[in-house]
Structures are given as structure tokens and as C-alpha cells.
Design a protein around this ligand. Structure first.
Ligand SMILES: C[S@@+](CC[C@H](N)C(=O)[O-])C[C@H]1O[C@@H](n2cnc3c(N)ncnc32)[C@H](O)[C@@H]1O
Length: 457
């Protein structure tokens, strides 16, 4: 009968393979079950995957532990394996392990657990996280293994967003706890869709006046509206559409589509068009479409979902033609996300494009320089935006184009085109017909960009 329960990282296959890549140089059989556990055959009992431990308790506390662990919000963690080391184990044994660099996030998670479910050995104030590789009483053997591992070793990163409660030994999983993407955390962004819909009434883009008319009569969002935003919003809309036309990809996924008319216009041209946005926006969008158009093409699908959630991307695949490439589009989502969140969205897009092929067109890679000129062109705009959403944060902006290339390059994207908004200045109705323009807006159009990305070969 198992006596203990332990709470550990549950690495996914990609991260387990990374660990195994380093360990494979050792030809000996490895065992990470400690001595002194009243176990006849340690090797047979060694059924836990490679992991780091956050805490452990007596099995009699199992129900309480499950209860308390269910109350915690689990982060997405990145940890750095910075060394291979040896420490003393039970019954004069030696523990060979990967050392984990100190991490405030990991400490914070362990502190939350410790406060609810204290367990002396796992006090975050004096705990060193590690991943056990092997435990042995033969010191010469352990030191030889360490040398061999170090020959092949450079520090490496692991990611984890899932944690597991296991009975030991042998291991039996009791429950998994996952990082949870909560739509509520993003709903404060949704009023910005009204902020970007309003300026489009000062353009010649079809349907936009009707759309805003519906919003005016049905939404009572407290937002500040700004006519002077029209050139920027019109430029990004038209430049994105122009690039889409040029690639001749007739299947589109528009993320965070908001109240934009593009889906209706392109589905009427025969495109297979999928819009994804949070539920409250997509519900409104369906009502708007029914209000402004009797004949909505079947190839337009407005789907509720979260661009960060992998399962929501899976859900929308049922609307995709499997033999056609996809153009993924988004205008105005990433600027409200932290870099970790941007990475999650980009990873979802990467996975989709790996399967279907295609491109990602986006103006949503906001460099700091652009925010600077936006502040000058539209005084108070960013302050007002920050009062709508706490997610309009300067720290979440890209430094410059190199930062953009590096960030998306690390996920596996290549920037194949970069276009400035002012390329399309002559086609802007707001500028040329309504004269909404001055030199600050001109500078704003100069600093804003739309990029096209593709998966690296
Ligand atoms: C600035 S608006 C842009 C809307 C539209 N693209 C436009 O240009 O008018 C931002 C949009 O992002 C949506 N959004 C925010 N978080 C999201 C998420 N996690 N997944 C999907 N959409 C999200 C909001 O609901 C909102 O419609």
C-alpha cells in the first residue's frame, strides 16, 4: 500500500524528450526511487516520469490535498536547467540530478501550496528544485555518470503548465492540475472592439456604418471614441486586405475579428472565412450580421473562442477545408497580451499553419516607436484605452523590428514582408475625402507596420 502522495511537474512529451536527450548518453539502467521506502524492487517501482517535486504528504491527507490543490491557478512556467550535480540521499546513497535555476514564479507556486498544505521538507524558504536522474549507493558510478552527462551538457529550458498528484511507490496518478485559460481574464479587452469600429464610419469600407449603428443602439460600453483614429484604422484594414488579395489564399481565419466587416465582404467573394472572438463579441456579431445582411454566405462562420486556447483552435478546424492553405489575420489583439500570452497565440497559429500551410498577416506587432507617435498624434488615446483595459501596457510592446523578428523567429516564423501603413495613404477615404489628417497622423502612419509571416523551412 502506498504511503505518500507527491505533487510534481507533469512535463509534456516535447519537454520529456529534451530531458531524455541529455540522459541517453548513459548506458546503465537508471532509477530515481529513493532508498529507505520499504520497497523490494526500486527499479520496478520507478514509474514516475522525470519531474521536479513541489511537495509531498502522507496519503491520509489525500482528499484534503486534492481539495486545496484544486483552488490554485496554475501558471505556465519556464525553468532553466543550469547544472548537473550530486547530493546525499537516504541510507548513504547519492542523488544525481539536474539543478533548476532559482525561479520566483516557481517559489511563488510552492509558497501558495505550502501555505495551504505545509510539509516541512518543502518549505519554499529553503528548498532547491531539482530533477532526479539517478540514485545509487556506488559513489564511483554516480561520479562517472555525472562526468559523462557534463560532456554533453549546455543549460537548457523546460516548459511546464501541468502538474500531477501521484501516489507513490509505484506511481499512480491521482489527479492532474492544468494552467487554465479563463475567458474572463480577456473580457476587459472586448470594449476596444467598439473603439476600433467607430473610426471606420469615417471610411468608405462597406457595411461599417450599419455595424456601428447597431452597436450604438445595443451596446452601452463606456468608451471614449476618437474620429482622429480613422486614418490608422482604415490603413491597417486596407493594407491587410490588400496583402490578403495578393496571396490569393481563399481560406481565412481572422482572430479577434471584433466588429470588422471583412469576413462578410470576403465570404461574399467566395472565401471560406472564419472569425474567432470571445463569446460576448461573437454573439453580438451574429446579431449584427443578421441585422445588416439578408443573405449571409454559408462560408462565413463566426466562432466563439479564445485565441490562446489550443482546444479552441482544434474546434474551428471543422470549418476548414483540409486541402486549402490558410491566411491567418489579426488586427489588434497581441498588443493587449503579455509576451507569454502572445507566444501562446503565435504557437497556436504555428501549429495550424504547419498542418495547412499558408501565411499570417498582422499589424499587431506594435513596436514602442509606434506607441510613441500614436501618443503624439492622438493625445489621451492611450490613457483612455488604459482606463478601458488594464492590458494596454507599454512593457508588452516590442522594442523594434529586430525584437519582432527574434520573438517570432524563436517560435519558428520568418518575417517575409514588412509594410508601412503610409504605403496605402492615397487610398484612405478618411484622409483624402474627409481630410482627417495632420503631420502627427502622417508620422503615426509612417511608424505603424503590417507584417506577413510564414513558417521557416
Ligand atoms: C481592439 S479589438 C479589435 C477588433 C477588430 N479586429 C478590429 O480591428 O476592429 C480587440 C478584440 O480582441 C478580442 N479578444 C480579446 N482577447 C481575446 C482572446 N483571448 N481571444 C480572442 N479574441 C480576443 C476582443 O474581444 C476584441 O474584439
Amino acid at each position: 500500500m502506498n504511503e505518500r502522495i507527491t505533487f510534481i511537474s507533469d512535463f509534456d512529451d516535447i519537454n520529456l524528450k529534451k530531458i531524455e536527450h541529455y540522459i541517453k548518453v548513459i548506458n546503465d539502467k537508471l532509477c530515481k526511487v529513493p532508498f529507505g521506502k520499504n520497497i523490494d524492487n526500486r527499479e520496478n517501482a520507478d514509474t514516475l516520469p522525470y519531474h521536479f517535486t513541489l511537495s509531498a504528504w502522507d496519503i491520509s491527507c489525500k482528499e484534503k490535498v486534492i481539495d486545496e490543490l484544486s483552488k490554485i491557478g496554475y501558471p505556465k512556467l519556464k525553468i532553466l536547467i543550469n547544472d548537473i550535480a550530486i547530493m546525499n540521499g537516504k541510507e548513504n546513497s547519492y542523488v544525481l540530478y539536474f539543478d533548476i535555476e532559482k525561479s520566483e514564479e516557481l517559489k511563488l507556486l510552492q509558497s501558495k501550496i505550502y501555505q495551504m498544505l505545509p510539509s516541512k521538507k518543502y518549505n519554499p524558504e529553503n528548498f532547491n528544485f531539482h530533477i532526479t536522474i539517478h540514485i545509487d549507493k556506488d559513489y564511483t558510478k554516480i561520479i562517472t555518470m555525472k562526468k559523462k552527462l557534463l560532456d554533453n551538457f549546455t543549460p537548457f529550458e523546460l516548459k511546464v503548465d501541468t502538474f500531477g498528484l501521484y501516489e507513490i511507490y509505484p506511481a499512480k496518478q491521482v489527479k492532474q492540475f492544468k494552467h487554465f485559460i479563463n475567458d474572463k481574464d480577456y473580457e476587459e479587452i472586448t470594449p476596444t472592439a467598439v473603439v476600433t469600429s467607430y473610426p471606420r464610419i469615417f471610411t468608405d469600407i462597406p457595411y461599417e456604418k450599419e455595424i456601428y449603428n447597431w452597436l450604438e443602439n445595443h451596446c452601452n460600453e463606456e468608451v471614449t471614441l476618437n474620429k482622429m483614429l480613422a486614418p490608422e484604422i482604415e490603413a491597417r484594414y486596407k493594407l491587410t486586405s490588400k496583402l490578403l488579395d495578393r496571396y490569393r489564399i481563399k481560406q481565412v481565419l481572422e482572430l479577434a475579428a471584433g466588429y470588422s466587416s471583412r469576413g462578410l465582404i470576403y465570404s461574399k467573394k467566395g472565401y471560406n472565412y472564419i472569425e474567432l472572438d470571445l463569446e460576448n463579441v461573437s454573439k453580438n456579431k451574429i446579431e449584427i450580421l443578421n441585422y445588416i445582411e439578408k443573405d449571409i454566405p454559408k462560408s462565413l462562420n463566426v466562432i466563439s473562442g479564445n485565441a490562446l486556447r489550443k482546444d479552441d483552435f482544434k474546434k474551428l478546424e471543422r470549418y476548414l477545408k483540409s486541402d486549402e492553405e490558410i491566411a491567418v489575420i489579426n488586427e489588434g489583439l497581441l498588443r493587449y497580451l503579455t509576451f507569454d500570452e502572445k507566444r501562446q497565440v503565435a504557437q497556436n497559429i504555428y501549429d495550424l499553419l504547419s498542418k495547412y500551410g499558408g501565411i499570417w498577416i498582422t499589424c499587431d506587432v506594435t513596436p514602442k516607436k509606434f506607441i510613441d507617435s500614436q501618443d503624439k498624434a492622438l493625445p489621451n488615446f492611450n490613457n483612455n484605452l488604459s482606463s478601458i483595459t488594464s492590458r494596454n501596457n507599454l512593457n508588452d510592446r516590442f522594442e523594434d523590428i529586430n525584437h519582432i523578428k527574434e520573438f517570432f523567429g524563436n517560435i519558428g516564423f520568418e518575417l517575409i514582408e514588412i509594410h508601412k501603413f503610409n504605403e496605402i495613404k492615397d487610398e484612405l477615404y478618411s484622409v483624402n475625402n474627409l481630410n482627417i489628417f495632420d503631420e502627427k497622423i502622417e508620422k503615426n502612419l509612417e511608424d505603424a507596420i503590417v507584417v506577413v509571416m510564414k513558417i521557416k523551412k
